[in-house]
Ligand binder design. Structure first.
Ligand SMILES: Cc1cc2nc3c(=O)[nH]c(=O)nc-3n(C[C@H](O)[C@H](O)[C@H](O)COP(=O)(O)OP(=O)(O)OC[C@H]3O[C@@H](n4cnc5c(N)ncnc54)[C@H](O)[C@@H]3O)c2cc1C
Length: 304
C-alpha cells in the first residue's frame, strides 16, 4: 500500500477512527496475531461504506473483524486494512418483540436487553462471545439454537450497495452464510423474539452459563470449538479418542477439559496454534478417517 493511498484514507476519516500497525492479538480472543497495516474502527454505516469502497477501488486486502472470537491471525499480522466493527457501532433498540442491533453489539448485550424486556428466544445464544456481525456471518449457535432461528433480516453492504436482506437471502446454514460466501459486510440485524417470563428467561441464561463454565476452559484464551462438527461425529470425541487431550505444541494445547478447544496456555504463538491444529487434523484422519475442518477463520500466512 503506497504512502499516498494511506494519506488519502487518513484524510477522509476522523483521526480517532484510524491507526497504523495495530497488533491484532489485542482484538482476538486467542490473544495472538501480529500487526495490521491499517486498523479502522468505524462509527457510522457511511464510514464502513467508504472504507469498503476505498479498499475495492485500490485493490487493498480488507479484513472484517468483530469481537475476534473466531479468528486466528498469523504472527505476521495482516497486510491491508482491518475494519473492526465493535463498540462504536453497537446500538440496540427494541420495538415490541423485535430487537435491532448494530453489527458491533455483543450477543451477550442483546441477550441481556432481551431478558430485561421479557423477551424469550435469545437465551441459548447469550454465552457466545461474538458480535452481531460476526455471529450472522458464522450463523453462530449453541444448545440447539442458532442465529437462523431468531433473525428476520439484516442490513448488509453487498457489493457496494446497502440492502436489507430477509432471512432466506442470508442463506444461513451450519457455520455458514451468504455473508461469508460473498464477503459482504453486516451493518445491523433484526431479531424476532417472543414474550416470555423474565424469571424463566434469567434462569435459562444462568443454566446455559453454568453449563459453559463446567464444560469449557473459559479461563484460557481460545476461539471456542476449533473445528466444525463433522457429519455424524463430534470433533471433541474424535480428538479425545485419538488421545490428544492435553497435547501441546509450544504454548498451544488441546484443552484437557474439552478436547474440541485449542487453548493458549500462555505465550502461544499463532504458529504454535496452527501447528497443533494440523497435528490434530492429521492424527484424527489417520485414526478415524475423518477430516476435521476448522470452524475458526485463519487469517494471514502460516508455515506449513
Ligand atoms: C469461549 C468461546 C466460546 C464460544 N462458543 C461458541 C458457541 O457456542 N457457538 C458458536 O457458534 N460459536 C462459539 N464461539 C465462536 C465465536 O464466538 C462465534 O463464531 C462468533 O459468532 C464470532 O463472532 P465475532 O464477532 O467474534 O467474529 P470474528 O471472530 O470477529 O469474525 C468471524 C468471522 O465473521 C466475519 N465478520 C465479523 N464481523 C462482521 C461483519 N460486521 N460483517 C460481516 N462479516 C463479519 C469475520 O470477517 C470472520 O470471517 C465461541 C468462542 C469462544 C472464544
Amino acid at each position: 500500500m503506497s504512502a499516498t493511498i494511506i494519506e488519502q484514507l487518513f484524510g477522509v476519516l476522523p483521526a480517532a477512527c484510524i491507526r497504523r500497525n495495530v497488533f491484532l492479538r489485542d482484538y482476538t480472543s486467542m490473544r495472538v496475531g501480529g500487526p495490521a497495516d491499517i486498523f479502522i474502527e468505524p462509527e457510522t454505516d457511511e464510514q464502513v461504506e467508504l472504507v469498503c469502497h476505498f479498499a475495492r477501488v485500490h485493490s487493498i486486502p480488507l479484513l472484517l473483524l468483530g469481537n475476534g472470537s473466531n479468528t486466528l491471525v498469523s504472527d505476521d499480522g495482516f497486510r491491508g486494512i482491518v475494519l473492526h466493527i465493535g463498540s462504536r457501532m453497537s446500538a440496540i433498540s427494541c420495538d415490541g418483540c423485535v430487537i435491532t442491533a448494530q453489527a458491533g453489539a455483543l450477543l451477550s448485550t442483546v441477550a441481556r436487553i432481551a431478558a430485561e424486556h421479557g423477551m424469550t428466544g435469545f437465551e441459548c445464544l447469550a454465552g457466545i462471545p461474538g458480535s452481531t456481525g460476526g455471529a450472522v456471518c458464522m450463523n453462530a449457535g449453541a444448545y440447539g439454537g442458532e442465529m437462523k432461528d431468531v433473525i428476520v433480516s439484516a442490513r448488509v453492504l453487498a457489493d457496494g450497495v446497502i440492502k436489507t436482506l430477509a432471512l432466506p437471502e442470508l442463506e444461513l446454514s451450519y457455520r455458514h452464510s451468504a455473508v461469508m460466501e460473498h464477503g459482504w459486510t453486516v451493518l445491523s440485524a433484526r431479531f424476532q423474539l417472543k414474550k416470555g417470563d423474565p424469571a424463566q428467561i434469567r434462569a435459562a441464561m444462568a443454566d446455559y452459563a453454568a453449563r459453559r463454565r463446567e464444560k469449557q476452559p473459559l479461563q484460557y484464551p481460545s476461539c471456542g470449538s476449533f473445528f466444525k462438527r463433522p457429519s455424524g461425529y463430534f470433533a471433541g470425541a474424535l480428538i479425545q479418542d485419538s488421545h490428544l487431550k492435553g497435547y501441546s505444541i509450544g504454548g498451544a494445547q488441546v484443552s484437557e477439559l474439552h478436547a474440541g478447544f485449542i487453548i493458549n496456555k500462555g505465550g502461544a504463538t499463532a504458529q504454535d496454534i496452527y501447528r497443533l491444529m494440523r497435528h490434530v487434523q492429521n492424527t484424527v484422519l489417520a485414526d478415524s478417517g475423518v477430516e476435521l475442518q476448522p470452524e475458526v477463520r485463519l487469517i494471514g500466512r502460516f508455515d506449513p
